[in-house]
Design a protein around this ligand. Structure first.
Ligand code: PMP
Length: 341
């Protein structure tokens, strides 16, 4: 019999899926790591698992303890899944602008949710600061202690990808990987995976794909953490400053991807390849196509399919929402059946 002893053990070891049309377009082999197949359905299950298990090892989490985190949603879901399986509670601080689907999933997974207005990081009431303050406050009264997961500063977040995502990519490609690209939310994925892959083969070209309105494109391309103009409807990615996690990344180059380019990829994959992905995956795949064009035909490029499009039905796949953002809606999305019964 082969089985995982619990849901925590079932995190990771996700398949690599060939993205057919991106590969045909570029003459490269473009592969996506199917992180939406994790138990909590996103790449952030890995961070949740490592941040909890490493805290246990250090003695920072006691049975029945409370885990507090500021998150755009997916890290919270990852933490809640692992916390449920290991007997902890979770309290999540989330900007109210994040998708209803993620908030519902957090509640379903037993997390307590505090929604706060979406404010810039410089504002003391930005969700990241609220979460930290709340954790400090609760530490005084919680009988079993409080862990503030702190994904932007917690190096266990990147360790998850150094110890799992990176090695899995290396093994699944048999070491025949020429490029790796990922967007940045906290940078855990990019930092951990690039550090591992560069140690294995320093010739692998590593890249960051950044949506409009954030600082990682300029940071990795020009060494200056200056935000680009514009904005993005993608969730869970985009950061305006260099964090301790980002500092550990080994990145050669960067691509700035406008939403239109990422969304075209998302709709195309849904229509032609049966893959329903969230917006950050679109940024990643559009970035992989740009990297492939730079590297030339015959190369193998890996990127991350961060989460499922089902998490954004009310936004990315909602014609009214898309029109309100002046983004294109493909005709087939609104097509009604012309078969009558
Ligand atoms: N895509 C989505 C949908 C996410 O929620 C996140 C994490 N916030 C990421 C990508 C980026 O992951 P990381 O934090 O490892 O940079």
């Amino acid at each position: 019999m082969t089985f995982n002893k619990d849901v925590v053990e079932a995190i990771g070891n996700t398949p690599l899926i060939k993205l057919k049309r991106a590969s045909e377009l570029t003459g490269c082999t473009i592969l996506g790591k199917a992180e939406f197949m994790n138990p909590g359905q996103s790449v952030k299950d890995r961070a949740g698992k490592w941040m909890i298990l490493e805290a246990e090892k250090r003695g920072d989490l006691k049975p029945g303890g409370l885990i507090v985190e500021s998150t755009a949603g997916n890290t919270g879901i990852g933490l809640a899944v692992v916390a449920s399986a290991r007997g902890y509670r979770t309290l999540i601080v989330i900007p109210e602008t994040q998708s209803q689907e993620k908030k519902d999933m957090l509640r379903l997974n037993g997390a307590e949710l505090i929604e706060v207005p979406a404010l810039p990081f410089a504002n003391p009431n930005n969700y990241q600061h609220v979460g930290r303050r709340l954790a400090d406050q609760l530490r005084k009264t919680e009988p079993n202690g409080v862990l503030f997961a702190d994904q932007w500063n917690n190096l266990d977040n990147a360790k998850a990808h150094y110890e799992s995502t990176g090695p899995e990519i290396w093994e699944q490609t048999g070491g025949k990987v020429d490029g790796f690209i990922s967007a940045v939310g906290t940078g855990g994925t990019l930092a951990g995976a690039t550090r591992y892959l560069k140690e294995k083969n320093n010739n692998i070209v590593t890249a960051c794909a950044d949506p409009n309105g954030f600082a990682m494109y300029n940071w990795f391309k020009h060494g200056e953490a200056k935000s680009t103009p514009g904005d993005s409807i993608t969730e869970g990615i985009g950061i305006g400053r260099v964090t301790p996690v980002i500092e550990t990344a080994k990145v050669d180059t960067a691509f700035l991807i406008p939403d239109e380019e990422a969304i075209a990829v998302i709709y195309d994959l849904l229509q032609h390849e049966g893959l329903c992905l969230g917006g950050s995956s679109g940024i990643n795949i559009a970035g992989a196509i740009r990297l492939a064009k730079e590297l030339g035909p015959g190369k193998t490029i890996v990127t991350i399919l961060c989460d499922s499009g089902g998490r954004y039905q009310s936004k990315l796949f909602n014609p009214d929402f898309m029109r309100s953002k002046n983004l294109p809606v493909p005709g087939w999305l609104e097509k009604k059946s012309d078969i009558s019964v």
